[in-house]
Design a protein around this ligand. Structure first.
Ligand SMILES: C[S@@+](CC[C@H](N)C(=O)[O-])C[C@H]1O[C@@H](n2cnc3c(N)ncnc32)[C@H](O)[C@@H]1O
Length: 244
């Protein structure tokens, strides 16, 4: 029996192997963000993980990036990857992030929140690592507070969560299993080699369908700028006056 733990401690052991085995494209995400961000340079990478997105961003422009993540195991890898850069790394959960700094944009590839397009329903869905709707709202309000006027929030659009199995590097096989509840998804991640489990982790995500998440973002003070799969990101802009 694996316990539910959202801190990425087990997953961190093989995370980079999975991400760099050809199924994910951080370079493509960074290129798309470069266009979306325009002249914006002061950036927060939310759920920076092992630093793969920030690394690609810094190859494109002289961005001033802070990375936040609540998983010490993931941040240890980010520290190694980004050691030659002036990136600041913060270990905190986004809703508890205390800072006097503000940012021109918050970017994220799968960290804290991400979006999926559901072909069957022809609409997007927001998945979140927040434990419940209250923490979700607290996180969105925090993002509102740390963004500059006209600041934007760019969160990646990914494939939908499905059961799958794929070979990754070093003879390892990655399996993910999904169990959907009414408003939540339990995901089991397993890494194995020669039929033996090397590492396993279960995580719980909550989700919101389009109408509901649009209302949550609006209440927190954001307007939708765009959500297009070709652009790879859902983009929200901070409104001038905070509602709610
Ligand atoms: C799927 S990984 C994405 C990592 C990285 N952005 C990438 O593209 O490889 C999700 C990351 O978000 C972090 N995370 C999840 N919820 C968080 C929260 N509330 N505050 C800070 N980090 C969080 C996890 O620890 C994990 O490192």
């Amino acid at each position: 029996m694996v316990s539910v733990d959202n801190t990425y401690t087990e997953l961190a052991k093989y995370y980079d192997n999975l991400m760099t085995s050809g199924y994910y494209d951080h370079k493509g995400y960074a290129t798309s963000l470069q266009k979306i961000l325009g002249e914006r340079r002061k950036i927060l990478d939310m759920g920076v993980g092992s630093g793969l997105l920030t690394e690609q961003m810094l190859l494109l422009e002289n961005y001033n990036i802070t990375g936040i993540d609540f998983s010490p195991a993931m941040l240890t890898q980010a520290e190694k990857r980004l050691k030659d850069n002036s990136v600041r790394l913060v270990c905190a959960s986004i809703e508890d992030y205390e800072t006097s700094e503000t940012f021109e944009a918050v970017i994220s590839t799968g960290g804290v929140f991400c979006f999926s397009y559901r072909e069957q329903e022809q609409q997007y869905r927001l998945y979140s690592y927040c434990p419940n709707k209250d923490v979700q709202m607290k996180s969105l309000k925090k993002l509102y507070d740390i963004l500059d006027k006209d600041g934007i929030l760019c969160m990646s659009i990914q494939g939908d969560h499905t059961n799958s199995e794929m070979p990754i590097k070093d003879g390892i096989v990655y399996t993910q299993k999904t169990d959907f509840g009414e408003q939540s998804l339990q995901k089991t991640y397993t890494f194995s080699a020669n039929g033996k489990i090397l590492s396993q982790q279960q995580m719980r995500l909550i989700f919101f369908d389009e109408k509901e998440y649009l209302s949550l973002f609006e209440t927190a003070g954001f307007s939708l700028v765009g959500q297009e799969r070709t652009q790879k990101f859902c983009i929200f802009r901070k409104n001038e006056l905070k509602k709610g």
